[in-house]
Design a protein around this ligand. Structure first.
Ligand SMILES: C[S@@+](CC[C@H](N)C(=O)[O-])C[C@H]1O[C@@H](n2cnc3c(N)ncnc32)[C@H](O)[C@@H]1O
Length: 299
């Protein structure tokens, strides 16, 4: 089936079934070098149809109306030609089983960040305790909302430099019924919480090197620079976080930082130099160093 068949187009009188459209789009996406062509095709067709992806499987033989095909064609063009991430085209992304709204003002939450959430929960074992938790650089609210959902007694504070990101995070909190559990504050680094101490500080800060921007996947061009780049060396946010954490942690409180695998040893070293103890490097699902954890000494 050639491109001239225009499977996604609204024109023409040929009837296209769900399965035929998926096959055509998968081939098209693969020819454009997309990494997950079938998954992307399924997510976008389900979105155009107003269904969940799994619902497609029992509708393979159903015809797709010209209206839906027109919507789908527009999505296919944005995905294949402009390399818009599927999450942005759908306006949502699932993270820790929470459905989060995403826009061009926030980083799309990544599965790697679930490693950080898991590590945080393992360090908050007491179900009855009202832990004080900070998520610094909350973006869509992913980490803060996952922790608030899992730890209903916790007081979660979520900060971000970007007011537009905070607006998305607050909307996500409201949609999930978690507005009372999370306090959102605008500001850089520890400035919005100076003088406070937390049982756990989690952060997935921007950590890419600006000089490497040209080597990154084209999809990243659709995400905010402030969410991606940590200055020329990648450490412009990680370094002050590591240096400032000791005075913001409660005795025996934990710091958890997500970072690039190449940065793990360096940051673990800074944490020890800064007075934190028990530094540990945790791996993501692909087995790469992804999170550095360390704790404040006891009283
Ligand atoms: C990599 S994104 C992480 C978003 C979200 N926590 C997640 O894991 O999906 C980094 C976030 O940090 C914010 N940020 C960047 N520099 C910051 C700073 N100096 N202080 C506070 N937040 C900052 C960005 O606006 C962005 O939302």
């Amino acid at each position: 089936m050639g491109a001239s068949a225009n499977a996604s187009g609204a024109g023409g009188d040929r009837v296209w079934t769900v399965l035929e459209l998926l096959k055509w789009t998968t081939d098209h996406f693969a020819s454009k070098g997309l990494e997950t062509p079938r998954l992307d095709a399924e997510l976008l067709l389900a979105h155009a149809l107003g269904l969940r992806r799994l619902d497609l499987y029992i509708r393979y033989e159903e015809p797709v109306s010209p209206d839906v095909r027109a919507r789908y064609r527009a999505l296919i063009g944005q995905r294949a030609n402009e390399r818009m991430p599927v999450s942005l085209l759908m306006g949502q992304k699932e993270f820790w089983s929470l459905n989060l709204k995403v826009t061009g003002d926030v980083l799309t939450p990544r599965p790697d960040t679930e490693t950080l959430v898991e590590a945080a929960l393992a360090r908050l074992p007491d179900a009855e305790r009202g832990y004080e938790i900070l998520d610094l650089g909350t973006g869509s609210g992913a980490i803060a909302l996952a922790l608030a959902r899992e730890k209903p007694r916790a007081q979660v504070t979520a900060t971000d430099l970007s007011p537009r990101a905070l607006a998305v995070a607050e909307e996500n909190a409201a949609t999930l019924g978690l507005s009372d559990s999370v306090n959102f504050l605008e500001g850089s680094l520890f400035e919005p919480v100076l003088g406070r101490r937390f049982d756990l500080i989690a952060s997935n800060p921007p950590y890419l090197m600006r000089g490497k921007a040209g080597e990154l996947a084209p999809e990243l061009a659709h995400e905010p620079d402030v969410a991606l780049f940590g200055g020329d060396d990648g450490y412009s946010v990680l370094r002050p976080l590591a240096e400032g954490a000791l005075s913001q942690l409660a005795p025996e409180g934990w710091l958890l930082l997500e970072l690039d695998p190449s940065q793990a040893e360096t940051v673990a070293g800074w944490l020890e130099e800064g007075g934190l103890v028990e530094p540990e490097i945790l791996k993501d699902l692909a087995g790469r160093p992804r999170v550095v954890a360390a704790r404040c000494p006891g009283p």
